[in-house]
Design a protein around this ligand. Structure first.
Ligand SMILES: C[S@@+](CC[C@H](N)C(=O)[O-])C[C@H]1O[C@@H](n2cnc3c(N)ncnc32)[C@H](O)[C@@H]1O
Length: 285
């Protein structure tokens, strides 16, 4: 059954689609105001489930309406929460709902434009907004959120940024893990079974997707199966006919981790470290 709420949001989405070109890509996104349409109970549950919310999380809902997402995060997971809502009347409603739900000590609501909100302390960001606002929020989210912060979007996701997970359970919810910034040139030193090796390698990044390789005397060693999830990085280098599986963490201009070479009883584990020696000119992160 199509509800009244569903019809209102469908009209807003249709208005947005009308503004899209033939290829479905907007030339310049018009700023369509985002109406107040509360998420269904199922959507709230699936958003919090997909984010993997826990008691140590700080959940920020951008455009928080009556507060239902942050209130549920506090009530059912013991998380802390902040709702940022442009309509001051909804902030009053949300604060009252938090009091009634017995979570007023863990959540708060502010009347503010999401584009101006202080979001740096979030570990989870939720949003049920329209694409023009989401696209305007994207650079802010990437610049201000810590690597590893989970962003969950309801129905409308980011353009050009593939979600890490996408689930459709009556509504569609998408998970984006904020990636560390890794584009540029790195010098890596690893203890490998044949002795210490030093590589200079280049990483090209588009959100969580990374690609690259190492220039070595007389050749090039591509990075295979390169993955980035928040601040966790993985890749494989094949050198002298053997594969070396690197796993580590990115902390600013340094990566450290473990490299596994060989299999089973012949597997060795050694430490590796890389330091960034040059940033890339432009990167999508
Ligand atoms: C679709 S509703 C979602 C409400 C709530 N997050 C939920 O899922 O139930 C979008 C909300 O965003 C608010 N909003 C629209 N533009 C905003 C902005 N620039 N900053 C903060 N809130 C905004 C609207 O007033 C509305 O309450």
């Amino acid at each position: 059954m199509v509800t009244r709420i569903g019809r209102v949001f469908a009209r807003a989405a249709a208005a947005l689609l009308l503004c899209l070109g033939a290829a479905g890509v907007p030339a310049a996104m018009p700023d369509i105001p985002v109406p107040y349409i509360p998420s269904t109970e199922v959507a709230v549950e699936e958003m919090l489930r997909l984010a993997g919310v826990g008691r140590n999380d700080m959940v920020i809902d951008l455009g928080s309406g009556d507060g239902r997402i942050v209130i549920a995060a506090a009530r059912y997971f013991g998380a802390r929460g902040l709702g940022v809502e442009i309509d001051p009347e909804l902030v009053v409603v949300a604060s009252e709902n938090a009091r009634k739900a017995g979570v007023a000590d863990r959540v708060r609501f502010v009347a503010q434009d999401a584009l101006k909100a202080d979001i740096a302390q979030a570990t989870v960001v939720t949003m049920y907004l329209l694409s023009p606002l989401i696209e305007r929020l994207k650079p802010k989210l990437l610049a201000e959120l810590k690597p590893g912060t989970r962003i969950v979007a309801h129905d409308f996701g980011f353009e050009g940024w593939q979600p890490d997970r996408k689930v459709t359970i009556s509504k569609t919810v998408m998970l984006y893990v904020v990636p560390a910034r890794v584009s540029g040139r790195w010098r890596l030193i690893a203890e490998l079974p044949d002795g210490r090796r030093s590589f200079e390698f280049e990483l090209i990044q588009q959100y969580q997707r990374i690609d690259g390789g190492a220039r070595v005397p007389g050749g090039y060693l591509p990075l295979f199966e390169a993955r980035l999830e928040g601040d966790r990085v993985r890749f494989v280098i094949v050198d002298n006919g053997r594969s070396h599986h690197f796993e580590g963490r990115v902390d600013g201009v340094v990566m450290t981790g473990i490299v596994r070479s060989g299999i089973g009883t012949a597997q060795t584990e050694n430490a590796w470290r890389a330091e960034r020696i040059a940033h890339a000119g432009r990167a999508d992160r």
